[in-house]
Every structure is written in C-alpha cells, then in structure tokens.
Design a protein around this ligand. Structure first.
Ligand code: ADP
Ligand code: MG
Length: 818
C-alpha cells in the first residue's frame, strides 16, 4: 500500500503526466494494484471503481486526473487507519505502600530502658525484631552482627515489578497483573483427596487467564473451608497477582502466585512482595525466606546512620549513589534501575577497598629506603653467568633483566612481578637478578612453591654457581636437622650467599646477615601474606616475583595491584609448537602407541593424573593404579617412574632425577609436575581426566613438554560425556596463548579455579565478579589512585581508613588460621 502512496505522490509532484515507470505507466500500475488488492479489506467496491477510473486516466484532463489521484489517496489513508491496530494498552498501574520496615532504631528499647546504641557490630540477637531462635539460625549462615546481615546480599531477585497486561505475559518470566475476578471455584483433587484446588478465572481488558492455588492437607478438603476461600474472591473483585507464568493446557497460567484483593483498582497493595523486586536469599535449615526477610527488615533502617565513606563531590563525579541507599536498595529494590545503581556502588566499594589496600602496600613496599644494588661494570657476575649459558638471552629476557637491574640500582625497594608464559625462560632472568645482588655484597633468596621445583632450581644453580665462586644451599622441609643448623649459621654470618628453598624459608630461625633480594617463583602458588613474611626478614630487601600463570587483567590488578609488572612476551627460538589432541578415554591406546614411538626416538613422556590413589567414589584412574598398569602390562620393557605429592621428598627427587637423566622414560605423576619441572627431552604429555582440570592448569601442564627442539604432543583424555567439557578442552586444542586461555578459564570457572585453591591472596568479594565487573574495577583503581594521591594517609577519609584497617585485620587473622 505504501508503494501505491509513493506512486501517487510522485505523479502529483510531476504534474499528473501519467509517468512512465520501468515496465508500465502510472495509470496501469494503479489500476492493476487496486484491482488485485485483498478483497477482504474494507470497501472493496470503491477500489474496483477507482481501478476502472485509472484505466481511463490517460484520456482525462489534468484537472480530472488531479481529482482522481486525490480520491485514491483519501481511500488509501482511510484504509490504513482502519487496519492499524488500536494503540497497545499500557501496563496496569499499581500503587505500592511505602517500603515495609521495622521500627526506627532510635525508638525506646525494651521495657522502657534507654535505647541501645545499635551499631554495625551489635549482635543480631540484641536487635528488636530478631528473636534468639532466628539469631541462632542466622549464626549458622555465619551472620553474627548487624554488619554481617546487611552484607548478606540476595542471590537473585524475583521480578514482580514487571507489571503487564494479560496478553503480555511470557511463559517462564515472573510478572504482576491487575485483573478482575470472573469466576472462582474450589474443589478437591479427583486424584488426591488431600489436595484442595482453588481455581480463579481472571480477566483484564486484553485477555483472560487461569490462576490455581493448591492446598495440601486433609483439613483443606472440607467443603466449608473451600467455600470460605471462594468467598474471598467474589466475581467482579479486583486482584493483584504476582508469580511465575507457566505453560498450562489452557495457555499461560499462574500456579500458587501471591494474590491480594484490592478494594479498588486504585487502592494500594499491602503485601510486601506484590509488584516489587523480591530478593531471594541463600537459606539454611529452619530459616525460611520470610523469616530472613523479616530479620533484614529489622536491621536495614540502621544503615541510614552509617554514613558514606566517600565524599559527596566524588560520588557526584563518579555517578555513585550513596552507600546507605545502596545497601537498602540491594535488599529492597524499588526499581531495576536503582538495583543496578546499588549493585554498581557496592561492587565499586569492594574494589575500592581492595585497590586502596594494594596501593597503600605498594607505597609501603617502595617508599622504604633500600640499599642500591649495583654490580660493578665490566666483568660482573652477571656477565660471566650469561657467558656460561649455551644460548643468548632472548630480547624479552634481556629487556626484563635490564628493567630489574635498573630497579635494583635505585634507593627504593623494588616490588616487581615478572610474567611470562611457560617456557619463556624466567629462571635465568631470576638468576641474573640474584647475581646482581650478590655482586653488590648482599645475599639472595629464591623461594619456590614445591620441593620438586626448589630442588630443580638448586640443581641448575649447582651446575653454574661454583664456576662463579658463589655459595649456594637448599633449604626445604626435609633438610636434615644437622645440615639445617649448619646452613642457618652460614646464613647468619654471611658466608652463604644464595639460599634456595620452599616456604621453609619463612620459618622463624631463618635469619640473613644482609638479605638484598628475594625472588618468589611461581608466586601465584603463594599467598600475599607469605611473601610479606619473607620481606619482613630482611632490612629492606628488594622483591621480585615471577609467575607463569598468565592471568587476566582484572585478576592481575586484584592480586598484584601492589607490583610493577614486566612481561617476557617471547619464547626462546627453535621451539616447535606443541600439537594438542583431544581423545576419548576409549582411545587411550593411541596415546600409548605415541609414547612408544617417541621413546623409541629417545624422547620421554609424562602421564598426569588428578589423583594419587584409587577413589571409589569418583571412579577415576589414580596415579598409583596407572603406574602399576603401565609398568606391568603396557610398557613392561620400559622404566616407568612414579611421582606424587605424598611421596617422601627424597623419593620424589629420585623419581625426577631418574626421569631427567633418562633412566626412566615414562613418568606417571600427579600435578606435582605442574609448575616449573624442566626436562627438555620430554616430548609427550598425556593428561588423564583432563576434564577435571582448569584450562590454565592444563596449559601449565602442557608447558612441561616442548622445551627442547623436538616436536611435542599433548594428549588430553576426556572421559566426560558433557558437551561443555569438550568445548572447554577445545580451547586448548585451538590456542597456545596463555592469556587467551586464562581469560576463557576465568569466564568458564571463576577466579578461584583459575588460580588454584592454594591462592590465598584472593580478595573476599561478596558481590563483585572478577570476570564481569572489569570496568568497575578500573574505575575503582583510578579513584583509589586519586584519593591516595591527595591524601596518602587517608587522614581526610577516616571511614575509609577504618574499613581498610578492619579488612587488614581480617586478612591477617585468616592467614593465622591457615
Ligand atoms: P619458565 O619461564 O617456564 O620458568 P624456564 O626458565 O624453566 O622457563 O626455561 C625453559 C627452558 O628454556 C629451560 O630449559 C631453559 O634452559 C631454556 N631457555 C631459557 N632461556 C633460553 C634462551 N634464551 N634460549 C634458549 N633456551 C632458553
Ligand atoms: Mg619456571
């Protein structure tokens, strides 16, 4: 129809000349279209007349042509108006009473005694409106004081604020309607005499809907009781109904929704949930949703007096709503928009506290005067060490080492993190840094997260350092007492220049004479508190941390926001990329034949398992079991080693050394080999139950091969039937980029999993998500920098300072418990 309108308009514009189109004239086009138009449309007669008139259009005078065109346009306009649907009906209105809340905190206390001064630390049992029984239940959720409860955020919301007309209801969504009762009918279920059903037929100007309510129990089945229910919903009454819309044989329907009879369509609803966004909380036995909401309503008014730790002008600039309002709204949102704003504010606060903490610590770390460590130019230890290496440093290694050495030469302590994918060669960079410190007359410490790794570092150092006349020792949990005593003496009198070890280095009797630099390898395996403990041992040691777990920026900012970051973003040359293949458990034989081929060529293979011993519950293949099978049945002609965390340290070391030396060709291991282990001849990595590992962890494991020139293989055995498991593992087949993989892992499994359960430095975030709230995190970091830039001691932000102190106290307490 609009093409006809356009044609008419054009004809009028051109002065009624019966325009020639591409195929026909204007008059022919109109006659044809009018004749063929749907006869079901109004006024078909008139269209046929018009069509006939247009057939003779060519013979008409210009004036008659003009009249005909006008008549036709009028007809089409009328047609369009009659076809257009009436303007859709807006949603119903509902008047809500003011937010329900408990009596204000300042009213008189019990028994006329003076009002207690309720504050965030008040025990919940003392709050009016929360009885001792409820308080006990709340304690089961770990909620003891007012602050705990206020920070117990809803897990989700039911959107009863979604006010719609009946035709607008969508199956699967929660909604609220305002409707008129047509009929109400109570009966007991034909199949179950103890089940009573009340069925309401409702309508609004757009349609009809059925609502059922179910009552289980003998007493409800009595006719008298059912009649009394029916009387509550007389025909013609207005009701507000909130609930989830479900599919039923009669179309969309409500089952057991919240219903309130309104005195008139304009009367306010009294029910506290109808028409609102309803918070949904995690509950515990004996504590129902209603009781928890009541308790919440009792404490929320107190929040009003807590004030806002952020100054008003800052809030305005950053578009943050004030904190008391945010806390109230997150539990009791008036609108989706306010809920979003509240969440933003509270997430921002969590990140802000985190960032202020990290940046403050950064200042503490770096503002202390340090001894500048500068190796003499020319024939320095570092130069001689690099000459010993069979390879030149990559450009990235050289750049990072230069960055570190520049830091060390300053009169401020270094706090730097070196990030580099597995195999990028972080160890030589670390040694270069340690030798710089030693050259300057100080001692160095190298800390590794596992004994296996500490021992490996020590063996490498033992191959080089004697040639440089640098003394070096290993200290782990399994160092014999005598050796340990000797070593501590040498350390204290400065004889010993370099100490390598596990967190045994943190123990109290370990005292250095002149600790200059601490290197923490695979730092993601340590908690922040642990690395701080080591720092406390020296006067002002410089700190270098290294990690191979490439972590997404949000995590990096959250965990290492106190560190300067260097990237080794280049792998040493000559590495052939690792081929990763996904196999089903039933294709295990392919893995074994590949191992056989590679071993025949002088290479070696790892077989990694998630467990040490057989687990009946999980039905997983364990390292011990697989080792038995491989050594006895599959590869009786090969030497198969075994390595797992429960073995004594010496046994572990033996197993690794045998594998490194080629005495065993296959090593069955748990994830003990995950970090750091470096055997260049290994070219096959088989990972059993790969679906049970995180992607970042698999990437680490895969990094154990491909360290020499030979082409390497990683075979992931997937025993899960879940499509998602395969999809996840496919990321590894496709990508060798650690950052990409970590980013995916964060999305799929969350931060705790990405970092491994041992990461104790992870902030406790109640609401914020490291995978979704990256933008808020950046905002918080910027604001934290701004605040500390103007007010480094937080003298003008007392509330923020208090929160920070509380958070620190909690973190230290948590560390002590660990
Ligand atoms: P990671 O960064 O994973 O700790 P390593 O320090 O263990 O990596 O180094 C991996 C392997 O690469 C080691 O065998 C190491 O000797 C070797 N390597 C390190 N730097 C270079 C280089 N510049 N050229 C060649 N090989 C190197
Ligand atoms: Mg390493």
């Amino acid at each position: 129809m609009s093409t006809l309108q356009q044609a008419l308009q054009l004809e009028a514009d051109r002065g009624f000349t019966d325009l020639m189109g591409r195929r026909e004239r204007f008059s022919g086009f109109l006659a044809r279209n009018l004749r063929e138009a749907d006869p079901a449309m109004p006024e078909p007669q008139q269209r046929q007349e018009l069509a006939a008139a247009f057939e003779g259009y060519g013979e008409l005078s210009p004036g008659r042509r003009q009249t005909l065109v006008r008549r036709c346009r009028e007809h089409l306009h009328a047609l369009r108006r009659s076809l257009q649907p009436a303007t859709p009906m807006g949603p119903p209105r509902l008047r809500l009473t003011a937010t329900p809340s408990a009596p204000p905190a300042s009213t008189e206390g019990r028994g006329g005694a003076p009002a207690p001064a309720w504050n965030p630390e008040s025990p919940l049992g003392e709050i009016r409106g929360i009885g001792p029984r409820t308080a006990a239940r709340l304690a089961q959720l770990g909620l003891f004081v007012v602050r705990d409860l206020v920070h117990y955020y809803p897990r989700d919301y039911l959107d009863y604020a979604n006010l719609v007309r009946i035709t607008g209801l969508e199956v699967g969504r929660t909604a609220t309607i305002v409707a008129t009762v047509r009929r109400c009918h109570g009966f007991s279920s034909p199949r179950n005499p103890n089940l009573a059903i009340l069925e309401l037929h409702l309508s609004d100007p757009t349609g009809r809907i059925r609502v059922s309510r179910f009552f289980a129990g003998r007493r409800f089945a009595s006719p008298g009781w059912l009649k009394s229910q029916e009387r509550q919903y007389p025909p013609g009454a207005t009701v507000a109904v909130s609930g989830l819309v479900k599919e039923s044989p009669y179309g969309p329907a409500f089952q057991d929704p919240l219903i309130e009879v309104l005195e008139s369509p304009q009367a306010p609803v009294r029910h506290s949930a109808i028409g609102r966004l309803m918070p949904v909380y995690g509950l515990t036995e004996g504590l129902g949703a209603d009781r928890l909401r009541q308790a919440m309503a009792a404490v929320l008014p107190l929040v009003e007096q807590w004030g806002d730790p952020l100054p008003a002008d800052l809030r305005r600039v950053e578009q943050l709503i004030d904190r008391p309002q945010a806390l109230q709204q997150i539990h009791n949102p008036s609108t989706q928009e306010l809920l979003r704003a509240s969440r933003h504010r509270l997430v921002f606060d969590e990140f802000l506290l985190l960032q202020v903490g990290l940046l403050t610590r950064r200042r503490e770390l770096t503002s202390r005067p340090a001894q500048p460590l500068q190796s003499p130019g020319g024939d320095s230890l570092v130069t001689r060490f690099l000459a010993l290496l069979p390879f030149p440093l990559t450009a990235a290694q050289q750049r990072v080492l230069d960055e570190i050495r520049a830091d060390l030469a300053r009169e401020q302590t270094m706090a730097r993190l070196v990030q580099g994918d597995v195999g990028s060669g972080k160890t030589v960079v670390a040694i270069g840094a340690l030798l710089t410190a030693i050259d300057a007359g100080c001692q160095g410490a190298l800390m590794a997260p596992t004994e296996v790794l500490a021992e490996q570092h020590f063996r490498k150092l033992a191959a080089w350092l004697p040639q440089l006349h640098v003394s070096c020792a290993l200290l782990t949990g399994s160092t014999p007492a005598r050796r340990r005593r000797e070593l501590l003496t040498d350390l204290a009198n400065g004889q010993l220049q370099l100490l390598v070890g596990t967190h045994a280095l943190l123990e109290d009797p370990v005292a250095f004479a002149r600790l200059g630099l601490v290197v923490v390898d695979e730092q993601h395996r340590f908690g922040v508190a642990q690395r701080n403990r080591l720092l406390a041992k020296g006067l002002q040691p410089h700190l270098l941390t290294m990690t191979a777990t490439p972590i997404p920026r949000t995590l990096a900012l959250s965990l290492h926001g106190d560190l300067e970051v260097s990237q080794i973003d280049e792998l040493p040359p000559g590495r052939t990329p690792i081929r990763t293949t996904l196999l089903r458990g039933s294709e295990r034989d392919r893995a074994y034949s590949l191992i056989r081929d590679e071993v025949a060529r002088g290479q070696r293979a790892y077989v990694v398992l998630p467990l040490v011993e057989e687990s009946e519950k999980l039905d997983l293949r364990s390292a011990v079991e697989v080792h038995r099978q491989l050594s006895q049945e599959i590869f009786p002609d090969l030497m198969v080693g075994l390595l797992h965390g429960r073995m004594a340290s010496q046994e572990k070391q033996k197993a690794i050394q045998a594998f490194a030396a080629g005495q065993s060709q296959v090593l069955v291991s748990t994830t003990v080999v995950e970090v750091g282990v470096d055997v260049p001849e290994a070219s096959v990595m088989v990972i059993e139950h790969a679906e049970r590992f995180g992607l970042a962890q698999l990437h680490q494991l895969r990094g154990r091969v491909g360290r020499g020139a030979a082409a390497s293989h990683c075979l992931l055995l997937n025993d899960s039937r879940q499509a998602q498991a395969k999809q996840r593992l496919d990321v590894l087949v496709r990508s060798t980029d650690g950052f990409e993989i970590a980013e995916m892992d964060l999305r799929l499994r969350g931060p705790g999993q990405v970092l491994g359960t041992r990461q104790s430095g992870l902030p406790d975030l109640a609401l914020a998500s490291l995978s979704d709230d990256g933008a808020v995190l950046e905002q918080a970091r910027r604001v934290a920098q701004q605040i500390l830039g103007q007010d480094p001691e937080l003298a003008h932000h007392p509330q923020l300072a208090a929160l920070l102190a509380r958070q620190r106290a909690r973190l230290t307490a948590a560390v002590r418990l660990n």
